[in-house]
Write a protein that binds this ligand. Sequence first.
Ligand SMILES: NC(=O)c1ccc[n+]([C@@H]2O[C@H](COP(=O)([O-])OP(=O)(O)OC[C@H]3O[C@@H](n4cnc5c(N)ncnc54)[C@H](O)[C@@H]3O)[C@@H](O)[C@H]2O)c1
Length: 694
Amino acid sequence: MSAAEYSVRGAVAAISFNNPPMNTLAHPLRAAVRGHLQKAIDDPAVAAIVLIGGGRAFSAGAEIREFGTPATLASPTLRELIAAMEASPKPVVAAIHGFAMGGGLELALGCHYRVASRGARLALPEVKLGLLPGAGGTQRLSRAIGVERALQAIVSGDPVKAETATGTPLVDELIEGDLLEGAVAFARKIAAEGRPLRKLRDLQAEVDNADTFFAEARKRIAKEYRGYPAPAKCVDAVEAAVRLPFDEGVKSERRLFEELVATPESKALRHAFFGERAVAKIPDVPEDTPTREIRGAAVIGAGTMGSGIAMVFANAGIPVKLLEMNRGALDKGLAAIRKNYAGSVARGRLAQDEMDRRLARISPALAYEDIRDAGIAVEAVFEDMRVKKEVFASLDRAMKKGAILATNTSTLDVDEIAAATSRPEAVIGTHFFSPANVMRLLEVVRGAKTSKEVLATAMKLAKTLGKLGVVSGVCDGFIGNRILNAYKRQANFLLDEGALPQAVDKALEDFGFAMGPFAVSDLAGNDIGWAVRKRQRAAQPGFAYSRIPDRICELGRFGQKTGAGFYRYEPGSRTPIPDPAVQELIEDYRNEIGIRPRAVGDKEIVERCLFAMANEGARILEEGIALRAVDIDMVYLAGYGFPRYRGGPMFHADSLGLRNVLAAMEKYSNGYHGECWRVAPLLAKLAAQDKTFN
Ligand SMILES: NC(=O)c1ccc[n+]([C@@H]2O[C@H](COP(=O)([O-])OP(=O)(O)OC[C@H]3O[C@@H](n4cnc5c(N)ncnc54)[C@H](O)[C@@H]3O)[C@@H](O)[C@H]2O)c1
């Protein structure tokens, strides 16, 4: 079957894309469309041409898998195809439904007219991959909907709805009813009226006070998209549309595109794009593994996490029962949920009736027999093995056959929890991140006995819940927190040696983290880590660590909630203010352990924190805890505020070159607590072979 089909309806030829599911503009499609276009041009009985997408949408744009392969350059290239459309002596009408994205929209912009179905979305989302539209999109869109709107659409990558663009040259007519029929009628009409072949290239891209407009846009964008190179280049491209003749503007756009393709940031963003798809694949669990349908859920414990998790189910349309030990705790949890939803309503992010519907899906429960019919129970009680075992024994007795028994534990052994039941194959970890209803990451922890069916169901459920599910094996901290501990350990050692919390945070924020480790710790509550450390130290007596965080906690400085932590906070404010008392505490500690402080530079701060992550990540790979390096990267992008344009800790190490990473680690192994820099054999091996994790 051809990648595009051709049919003639009276005097109108229709070319229909046939490259499911997204009609990406892969070479076979481009070639077929080019052939059909010629046929229509050559046929004297054809007066006008309609271009339409078969299936769900017009086109999702370029086939990203062709990037960097000869197929991208094979004739006709997208740019050649667009030029051919524009040069057609017969009017070409693009008929858009679903969405026209990226190259798909650029192709439509090369047509003389565009019609669209209600609800169709038109977008140039290249910026999300660190790129900009490279086939005339910036030049034509600026001419079609005005510079201000075009800039907003190109810099954000967000779609423009067909309805809102109707009446501009972007959408000439909104079609009600059958799109092909409507488009054919429209094409017939313009041919009959002898309307000119309107080319967007011939229009003017105009904006008042261009100098001020672009200067302000640059200022705003530099702040909003710190670290991302593409948005600023989008401004350059749109400015070229205003200031240069069309052909010059297109050249300028092309140059900017080529510059961006080569940036590490764009490579990282593409890694993230593919990574999010890759993590769904589990090598030993085939895609056709049967999954169970989850029609109802139960959550045990209505504390911070339990109430958030209940909201996650309710938001996804799944009825959920929330079980607590007593009425008081239950009411507290339900009140927190109501308050959270009401906040969203007050901010205009949620409609009142939607809040009501969501709340109605959450029902209280005080006894296990009330939840027995749920397809999954997610336990979120205290982080205490004894309590967890009791809860799982109760779940085992109460839950119907086939139910999944999940734990939200952050640090406890999922296999030991599973052993408290008679059905360890039904037990799995679903590690949500706080706030559960906001954070996208879900670590799906596969126990030694978890069945493939249960694992596949949990991964599918993650998607239903709007989460990015990443599989982790069982170990202390799983993928995310285990690596975080390695990162924080170095951050703390840097304090021992001479840095202050604000310097460490600043260096890592400059690297791209939304917040540095000490500001994060103050936000999350320093007491949480304190409790975990106590347990870990009992388990690993020789483990080297800085006592500074403990000293901070011993003063009751638990972070924002107590008004002080590694920083101090003014009442009602979340802004960290460096605190001389903390500096004094750190200096006292240095004296006590006999350290003469030295100046610690930003480069060292970033390298030590980041390379410690990559090294721990390598161990996690060796142990089979993570399936692939990309899984580790996705955990960090979706759950830990790692800058997306750096691609994740493993990708970042790859992009520096593992040989360089190794050399730096060897240097640090001669410094303070050098024993922490024992190189993971996998990292050493890959570096020696000039290979990468990803
Ligand atoms: N807080 C976080 O950031 C976070 C993040 C990820 C995972 N976790 C994990 O989630 C779990 C819950 O953490 P949290 O912060 O929500 O704790 P929390 O103390 O806020 O809530 C625990 C709730 O469980 C209830 N509970 C205790 N025993 C119970 C029982 N036998 N039956 C029913 N309810 C019971 C308590 O009344 C309380 O409301 C822990 O395992 C924790 O490690 C926490």
